[in-house]
Design a protein around this ligand. Structure first.
Ligand code: NAD
Length: 336
């Protein structure tokens, strides 16, 4: 089957994807928008497109990649930074190029992480509802000063770095753990420590590392046991960093004082959809949402005007350079 290099099959599209991709399509690509997720059953929808564009919950495993290759797809363009959902080895084996948008707006995610901290701490979501019912009492809304508290950051890449600056701006003591130490951040006042120290010493822990074999379930029974009582945990990175059953146990015991999650291990069956009339079968997310000290947002940390603009621009640029030069201008964008 021969495919067309000016045709992009865009999966998991939402109305806002259509708006931004149509707006920045300066090279006149034919954009085939599919609302459905890419998975082994939906690959057959692709009609002669040489490029597929996917998002965080599309399934791009070996079975899908084999079918993509058979349909003469040449490029898998991720319109996100994380790539844990793509089997890169299989892509290499079937000679497909894979690119991503490495840093579209680190601030968007970092600012959302801080928004979650402030909401959980100062309970503005509860205050908003309360005053609408003419209940002006403050009971139950007690928070704490962020100034002087210790924030532990795991992963100091683009987002972790942006988040550290925000935390420093609030007057927090900032500890960080990464497999690479960042001397620039050290100069700004961030102290690089061991993972154990992060767990033991932080009042708030914010996750900003990718999901991979080393980081899967980094928040588990053992790490939770090391943490301070009533610790706050924020995850805007990937759901698989947290072992859900252990976090529920920690919340039930009162060990974990606050949890803010923008990502969830089984989110692909839930997020980016309106399920308000459905019976949710996932008992773990229902349990999590039942805690008064848990805040769940549905993978919206990236969702700013600036980020969606960059995502569209960088995705088109990646595709253009891959088609013309077999590489991308930004080296961090090329995965295979
Ligand atoms: P990045 O690649 O710039 O930074 C990741 C950092 O994690 C790097 O510094 C890396 O050295 C570090 N790291 C790798 N393995 C580690 C380990 N075992 N322990 C500690 N640190 C480790 O990525 P980024 O742009 O900062 O994004 C971070 C993550 O945020 C992405 O992987 C993605 O999953 C997630 N993300 C979420 C959203 C959202 O909307 N919620 C949006 C964008 C990105």
């Amino acid at each position: 089957m021969s495919s067309e290099t000016n045709k992009i099959a865009i999966f998991s599209t939402q109305p806002y994807d259509k708006i931004f991709f149509n707006k920045y399509n300066d090279s006149g690509y034919q954009l085939d928008f599919y609302e459905t997720q890419l998975n082994p059953q939906t690959v057959i929808l692709i009609e002669n497109a040489a490029i597929v564009c996917v998002f965080v919950n599309d399934i791009v495993n070996e079975a899908v990649i084999k079918q993509l290759a058979e349909r003469d797809v040449r490029i898998i363009a991720l319109r996100c930074a994380g790539f844990n959902n793509v089997d890169l080895k299989a892509a290499k084996k079937y000679n497909l190029k894979v690119c991503r948008v490495p840093a579209y707006s680190p601030q968007a995610v970092a600012e959302h992480a801080m928004a979650m901290i402030l909401t959980l701490n100062r309970k503005t979501h509860k205050a908003y509802n309360r005053v609408r019912e003419q209940n002006f009492s403050l009971n139950g809304l007690l928070g704490f000063d962020l100034f002087g508290k210790t924030i532990g950051i795991i992963g100091t890449g683009n987002i972790g770095k942006a988040f550290a600056k925000i935390a420093l701006g609030f007057g927090c003591k900032v500890l960080a753990y990464d497999i690479v130490t960042n001397s620039e951040m050290e100069k700004d006042g961030v102290e690089f420590v061991s993972l154990e120290t992060i767990f033991k010493s932080s009042d708030i822990i914010s996750l900003h590392c990718p999901l991979n074999e080393q980081t899967k379930h980094i928040i588990n029974e053992k790490s939770i046991a090391l943490m301070k009582d009533h610790v706050m945990i924020i995850n805007t990175s990937r759901g698989g960093l947290i072992e859900t059953a252990c976090i529920i146990q920690g919340l039930k015991e009162g060990k974990i004082g606050y949890l803010g999650i923008d990502v969830y291990e089984q989110e692909e069956k839930l997020f980016f959809r309106d399920l308000s009339a459905d019976i949710i079968q996932d008992d773990a997310i229902q349990r999590l949402m039942s805690f008064p000290n848990v805040l769940v947002t549905a993978h919206q940390a990236f969702f700013t005007n600036e980020a969606l603009t960059q995502i569209a621009l960088v995705t088109f640029n990646n595709i253009k350079s891959l088609l013309s030069q077999n590489t991308t201008e930004n080296k961090a964008a090329l995965l295979v």
